[in-house]
Design a binder for this molecule. Structure first.
Ligand code: SF4
Ligand code: SF4
Length: 373
């Protein structure tokens, strides 16, 4: 059985030790990073830099605490993420969201280069075959995965598995393009996007959310670059009129996330990766969307484990006990107390990610929870 350490977001005394940064500091001491990492070893802190409008990411103060703990353990840490938009622009987004060398106390670098094609093909599994893993993550010997737990338009639930699967893999490979990258998780079943002109209200939200700028409107007519589209389905999911359609196989997508996570984690020796899940500002959508809605669940706290499956299961167990927040999308969707909030928002059977990760041998769903006092 794996151990998961937990610190609640609630404050019972007005002392630094009771604050979230203070509790994270204490949790990291409890976990004792020096058990996992060597002196002078380079250690990646993998997070998500967010987007220009999605500000509810893992806050820089928390990254700073992880960096400080890694330095205390004698390692040489840096903060990283793979490229989501053009690399230089993505570094600027990180800076705008407060993640820079001065704030976090360590270099902030891109894991797959400024062009997002600095990667190495790694064997994955039956669904994906091989996948383009970010070269920096491939090379670095140690990693702390800092994941902002939230809902997700495609995955239903996004935590550590999603952070490593999509976030440890490039968008594109130098020779085989997007089909060897993140797109290979999204595009199982390769159907084309279909636009229904009768229903379209020309709101252009689909154009705004497309991460690859595939969609444009000329003379109020939908136009899209089929060969570049990686079938992520975001455009269809945000369309308020139901005028965009893309065939998808949700179950296979969930399993492919676990398969990609296994491929990325397979580049590390055993016991060289620690997972920190932040159950804070739990908004309905991914941190790469153009905006972050208000949280649907109140802040719960921080979970840490060396077992990705256990930390995900513990996070989900806590989300399942949470109360849907008023004046949020959870209320709009009429989700009641006792119901699965993220399932009610996205109707995606997200637990498949965790079941598959356990089946692939990434960890155990059974865990012991140790709460910080
Ligand atoms: S599915 Fe839609 S949002 Fe995703 S890449 Fe293709 S056009 Fe863009
Ligand atoms: S989101 Fe839907 S309704 Fe809005 S422009 Fe795109 S296809 Fe049309």
């Amino acid at each position: 059985m794996s151990t998961v350490y937990f610190a609640s977001a609630r404050v019972s005394k007005w002392k630094y030790d009771e604050s979230m940064p203070g509790k994270l500091e204490r949790l990291l001491k409890e976990v004792d990073l020096s058990k996992y990492f060597e002196k002078n070893e380079w250690a990646a802190v993998k997070t998500h830099f967010g987007s220009e409008g999605a500000h509810r990411i893992v806050r820089p103060i928390f990254l700073r605490k992880v960096v400080d703990a890694l330095k205390t353990a004698g390692t040489k840490p840096f903060i990283t993420d793979t490229v989501r938009i053009k690399g230089l622009d993505y570094l600027e987004i990180a800076n705008q969201n407060g993640i820079n060398h001065l704030s976090v106390g360590a270099p902030v670098v891109l894991a797959d280069g400024l062009y997002g094609n600095d990667n190495i093909m790694v064997k994955a599994g039956d669904i994906l075959g091989e996948i383009a893993t970010a070269s920096l993550i491939y090379d670095v010997p140690a990693m702390v995965v800092c994941s902002h737990v939230k809902g997700h338009i495609n995955a239903g639930y996004a935590g550590a598995i999603k952070n490593i699967a999509m976030g440890g893999v490039s968008g594109s490979h130098r020779h085989c393009g997007w089909k060897c990258g993140r797109g290979s998780m999204h595009t199982i079943g390769e159907g084309d996007l279909v636009w229904d002109s009768e229903q379209c209200a020309l709101c252009r939200q689909c154009e705004e959310v497309c991460p690859l700028d595939c969609i444009s409107f000329k003379d109020d007519k939908f136009s899209y670059t089929n060969e570049r589209c990686w079938r992520c389905g975001r455009c269809a999911r945000v369309c308020p009129e139901g005028s965009l359609h893309l065939p998808e196989d949700v179950d296979v997508f969930m399993k492919s996330l676990s398969e990609a996570a296994k491929a990325v984690l397979g580049t590390f020796k055993p016991n060289k990766v620690i997972y920190v899940n932040f159950l804070t500002e739990i908004q309905p959508e991914c941190d790469c969307m153009p905006a972050a809605d208000v949280p649907v669940i109140q802040d719960i706290g921080i979970l840490i484990s060396d077992d990705i499956v256990a930390v995900e299961q513990a996070s989900i167990d806590m989300l399942l006990k949470a109360v849907p927040l008023p004046a949020s999308l959870a209320e709009d969707e009429k989700i009641k107390q006792g119901e699965d909030i993220l399932l009610g928002l996205h109707h995606k059977n997200y637990i498949i990610q965790v079941e598959e990760a356990e089946r692939l041998g990434l960890g155990k769903r059974e865990y012991e929870l140790i709460e910080l006092q």
